[in-house]
Design a protein. Structure first.
Length: 403
């Protein structure tokens, strides 16, 4: 893949005393700004019009995607032409062949981008998890054309042309390795300190993820801490993962302590271990306002009002999904608080703690207070009943070493 480096400074010196000529790159120009919606885990949802279709589509803005893509059901609904691409894409739960729709356009408020080729993929599982129709994912194909400012305080995105840009005075400048995806070196510490490469992934609604093989080879996790089982949703379907915490993650000059961390048994090597060991997701990245500058191969982070937000250590054993206007429980993890209380797969969750909003984000937030008793109104076999349990936690007390 061709890389374009636009930020160049040329200096020509002569052997005389007439000085030197310095050529500066043109400054980046503001193009437009528009709002975004923040989904569970800080994931960014933007709206854009596809070709001449009046109804705007919902796209996840994802630095963890090497292309741009459409949901297969959206493609079918609007009869968008597509053809075999001869390529496959990989995710945490599988590998699949994909079609693509060639030479299309996206229109944001104040910006139209032409000549885009969209891969076609099934994002039904994302729609069910977020309770929002996900029509596609915007990745490298878009990012490499612009400088993108993301403000999690105001929920605004600003788009600039490539060029020289003035970064804020307070923050840290990252210079990741850029393939189609930004890859950042991070220092992490638990039983011992390790430096490794991780994807910078705004499309991952979690804090931090490592591959099981990396955890095994590095032996950096404390052995006495027992991870809990969770279910994860991703490309190809659902799979079980482990959830633990690690003592510290350092990104640039910023440190986060006691970070919830997913451990993935990466059967399909979607992470590309051993070159990449995992990813840092949007539940950490949302704590910064970001300037994502693919043309200059730079990412600038400025702490925002969410920087000191507490991490979510709650554990219920429930995953929920939205379908046909209702919220259902998915697989319930054996031995979890919800399992012990009697919740079963495909129970309809009608309300939690007297909240009957039928909003999956609200329901998940109501079950994040460790130790708090939650009461669920559940429908099973057309019969309503009550289930109550106390929210658990993903770790118990440990003697935390100073670092």
């Amino acid at each position: 893949m061709c890389r374009i480096l636009l930020y160049l400074l040329f200096t020509f010196s002569t052997l005389t005393f007439y000085g030197q000529e310095v050529y500066f790159e043109e400054p980046a120009k503001f193009i437009t700004q528009f709002t975004f919606k923040q989904l569970i885990g800080g994931v960014i949802l933007v709206k854009a019009k596809f070709n001449n279709i009046t109804e705007p589509f919902n796209f996840i803005l994802d630095t963890g995607s090497g292309a741009i893509s459409l949901d297969s059901s959206t493609t079918a609904e609007f009869k968008i032409p597509h053809e075999p691409s001869g390529r496959t894409i990989s995710g945490i739960a599988g590998i699949r062949k994909v079609d693509y729709a060639k030479n299309n356009s996206l229109t944001f408020p104040g910006l139209k981008v032409d000549s885009l080729d969209f891969y076609i993929n099934d994002y039904n599982i994302l729609s069910s998890v977020y309770g929002e129709k996900i029509d596609g994912i915007i990745g490298y194909t878009f990012f490499h054309k612009f400088i993108v400012k993301i403000n999690f305080d105001s929920l605004y995105i600003q788009i600039f042309s490539p060029g020289r840009i003035q970064y804020p005075s307070k923050g840290t400048l990252l210079t990741p390795l850029f393939t189609a995806l930004p890859i950042q070196s991070l220092t992490i510490k638990d039983a011992r300190k390790v430096v490794s490469n991780f994807y910078f992934d705004t499309g991952a609604g979690l804090n931090f993820l490592i591959s099981k093989q990396f955890e095994k080879d590095s032996s950096f996790l404390l052995k006495r801490r027992r991870p809990v089982s969770i279910q994860a949703q991703g490309l190809g379907g659902k799979m079980e993962m482990l959830l633990t915490i690690i003592k510290r993650i350092k990104i640039g000059s910023y440190k986060f302590k006691k970070v919830p961390t997913d451990i993935l048994d990466d059967e399909y090597n979607a992470i590309s271990y051993p070159f990449i060991s995992g990813l840092i997701g949007d539940d950490i990245l949302r704590r910064f306002n970001m300037i994502i500058n693919y043309p200059n191969r730079e990412i600038y982070l400025s702490p925002n009002s969410h920087f000191n937000d507490k991490f979510d250590y709650s554990y219920t054993g429930i995953n929920m999904y939205f379908a046909d206007g209702a919220i259902f429980s998915d697989e319930v993890i054996k031995g979890s608080p919800a399992y012990k209380a009697g919740l079963k797969k495909d129970d309809i969750i009608m309300g939690i703690n007297n909240n009957f909003s039928n909003n999956i984000t609200v329901y998940k937030n109501l079950m994040q207070n460790v130790g708090e008793k939650v009461t669920l109104l559940v429908m099973r076999d057309k019969t309503p009943f009550i289930i109550s349990f106390r929210v658990g936690r993903i770790f118990k007390r440990f003697n935390w070493l100073r670092f």
